[in-house]
Structure formats: structure tokens, C-alpha cells
Design a protein around this ligand. Structure first.
Ligand SMILES: [Zn+2]
Length: 201
């Protein structure tokens, strides 16, 4: 351990006699073990043979990262249990990440209930912020396409275009469209134009 002080995992036998629980420690480079109440045991072998009471070694408190600070929060016990169940050992990191995200004034939190409604309206599965963004993009593109189709349909109705049944001619028109590098509709327009100007019809 970097502090140079280690827990032996034993309780001080003298303190134990006084009904006080005190951890026996060793110091790196030092001789024997000692407790916080000034009892020292220079002969480790003898100490071991006296079978001192064992104590769980407390986990070292992790040092906060450089530039980080600890904050204490109080939540209902149920929330604490649910957080533990969801994140396990990575709970502090995850809570830290959530707090960093909510600091951004543009961050929004979408509740599970809202996600359910969005899914039922869109028939899309929303797993996270990424899929929500993807779903909105896809719907926006669909709407844009639908508006363009509608505008084109309205232009036809308004006399700027006519609807023609070209049943059986699709392949021939497509071949020319590919050859000339223009759309099917432009092929039909050009052929009709040529026919009228040249007196074919
Ligand atoms: Zn002691």
C-alpha cells in the first residue's frame, strides 16, 4: 500500500480485553504490529500463535481523481438499490457521467413513459438517444419526400402536367432514359415534342 501502513486483519488482543475493537497495523520498514491505542507487539510470530481475533480489512477509500471533487447525495433506499442493481460496481462512474451530461443546458431527459408513447406512434424501437435521433431523422426524410410527391401531384392536377398510361412501354422508355441520362418523364416529353414538331402526329 502506498501509505506504508497495512492492516494485519487482527484485532488488538489488549484492546479486546477492554472490550474495545482496534485494528492491529504494521508499518512498512517497522518492526511488529501496533494499535491506535499505543499497544505494540514486536514479535509477530508470538502474536500469530496467540490467535488474535480476526477483523475484516476495511477497503481503502478510493482517492478522488485530480481536479475532481466528491459530492454527497441522499436518495430513497429503493433508488439506491435499483441503481446498484442496474450499474453494480460501475455505479459511481455512471452517476458521474449522468451528472456531467445534465450540466449541458441543452440536455433533456426523456422518461420511459414518453419513450413508450413515441414507440407506439412511430412503430420504431427507441433504445437510446442514438436510435431516437435516427428515428426522427428517418421520419423527417419521409415527410420531405411525401411533400415533394404531393407537390408534383398537385402540379399535374393544376394543368402543368398530364397523367398518361404508358402500360407496356416502360421498358422502352427506361432504355432511352438510361441512354440519354434523363428521367422517364423527360423521355416522354421529348418524344412527344419531337413528334409534334416533325408532324409525326
Ligand atoms: Zn490495543
Amino acid at each position: 500500500m502506498s501509505s506504508g501502513i497495512n492492516h494485519t486483519g487482527w484485532a488488538c488482543p489488549i484492546c479486546d480485553q477492554n472490550k474495545i475493537t482496534s485494528h492491529l497495523m504494521t508499518r512498512v520498514g517497522g518492526i511488529g504490529a501496533y494499535c491506535g491505542n499505543g499497544h505494540t507487539f514486536n514479535d509477530m510470530e508470538q502474536l500469530k500463535n496467540s490467535h488474535p481475533r480476526t477483523l475484516p480489512v476495511p477497503k481503502p477509500i478510493p482517492k478522488p481523481q485530480e481536479g475532481h471533487e466528491e459530492i454527497r447525495v441522499s436518495v430513497p433506499s429503493k433508488v439506491r438499490q435499483d441503481l446498484q442493481a442496474k450499474f453494480g460496481n460501475t455505479l459511481p462512474e455512471n452517476v458521474g457521467a449522468v451528472l456531467r451530461a445534465v450540466v449541458d443546458p441543452r440536455t433533456i431527459i426523456v422518461s420511459g413513459l414518453d419513450v413508450q408513447q413515441i414507440e407506439s406512434w412511430t412503430k420504431l424501437t427507441i433504445l437510446d438517444a442514438g436510435t431516437l435521433k435516427g428515428a426522427i431523422y428517418s421520419l423527417t426524410m419521409d415527410l420531405k419526400q411525401a411533400k415533394e410527391n404531393l407537390a408534383s401531384l398537385e402540379a399535374t392536377r393544376n394543368g402543368k402536367g398530364i397523367t398518361v398510361n404508358l402500360d407496356g412501354l416502360e421498358e422502352a422508355i427506361q432504355q432511352r432514359a438510361d441512354m440519354w441520362g434523363i428521367t422517364n418523364s423527360e423521355v416522354v416529353k421529348q418524344i412527344t415534342d419531337m413528334g409534334i414538331k416533325n408532324g409525326w402526329v
